[in-house]
Design a protein around this ligand. Structure first.
Ligand code: PAF
Length: 276
């Protein structure tokens, strides 16, 4: 496995590759990331993983400085998983000058996670587009756990006519249901015990909708109240059309319930796609 930090060197290494699948990450890799790598391997002869904690997608009050950086064990995991190339640029390599050309996104980037993190998705889309330009993959693999991010990357690829097939990987969960995330490491022991409740609350929403309840705003606010009473600080619980991410109507059949909530200083997100 080649570990490359330099853009020119990476381009040279990849120049003869005809089939590249790309998995962008911010490192601190867990089994969820490795599942994306396994998916990537099914789609191309060369798998490239990037590890880059992207400052552009963090607001000033967020966890950029404390975000876990674990390059050595990450590379060991990727080598064992059969990855061909790991791209590990520094901030200066990816942003040699102030990145004041960015991707302007549609309104959905200001909804859901975009309410608490108004510049987040612009930072994500900009770095992803830049990474796509550098790696030039035929296939890109993203996790379903970041459902809104996946939707926005899908729009980016479609609206900018990027020649990339987007593949999504299922959320990988701990045995108690908690969605794997690099940020789970921030949870204190008692918070870790409480954390799977977000997923269970989303499961209750799915159950209610599948039992025939159509008062979606009421279900959302009841779920938010339930979590709040248990000490969560809830950003949103929202039932949406799974294809368009617009607010679900009674006519929609393919739905997704998304949630974001904080336990202490850890912000967790999760979602479940379902049909009624
Ligand atoms: O999902 C992530 O880890 C990041 O948002 C991504 C896609 C690697 C961009 O920095």
């Amino acid at each position: 496995m080649d570990i490359i930090a330099n853009i020119a060197e990476l381009r040279k290494r990849l120049s003869a590759e005809t089939s590249i699948a790309f998995v962008p990450t911010m490192g601190n890799l867990h089994d969820g990331h490795l599942a994306l790598v396994a998916l990537a391997k099914q789609h191309a002869s060369c798998v490239v993983v990037s590890i880059f904690v992207n400052p552009l997608q963090f607001a000033a009050n967020e966890d950029l400085a404390s975000y876990p950086r674990t390059l050595k064990p990450d590379c060991q995991k990727l080598a064992a998983a059969g990855v061909n190339v790991v791209f590990t640029p520094t901030d200066a390599e990816l942003y040699p000058q102030i990145q004041n050309i960015t991707v302007r996104l549609p309104g959905i980037a200001q909804e859901l996670c975009g309410v608490a993190r108004p510049t987040h998705f612009e930072g994500v889309a900009t770095v992803v587009l830049k990474l796509f330009n550098i790696v030039q993959p035929q296939v890109a693999v993203f996790g379903n756990k970041d459902f809104q991010q996946l939707f926005i990357i899908g729009q980016l690829i479609r609206q900018l006519a990027l020649p990339i097939q987007l593949i999504s990987g299922e959320t990988v969960r701990e045995t108690d249901g908690l969605a794997m995330s690099s940020r789970n490491g921030y949870l204190k022991p008692a918070e870790r015990v409480e954390a799977p409740r977000l997923y269970r609350a989303l499961q209750q929403v799915v159950h209610a909708a599948q039992q025939g309840r159509q008062d979606f705003p009421e279900i959302e606010s009841q779920t938010m109240q339930f979590l709040t009473q248990l000490g969560w600080i809830v950003d949103y619980i929202s039932i949406r059309n799974a294809m368009t991410l617009t607010i679900a109507t009674k006519a929609d059949r393919n739905l997704v319930v998304l949630g974001a909530a904080r336990l202490g200083k850890t912000r967790l997100i999760d979602n479940i796609e379902f049909e009624i």
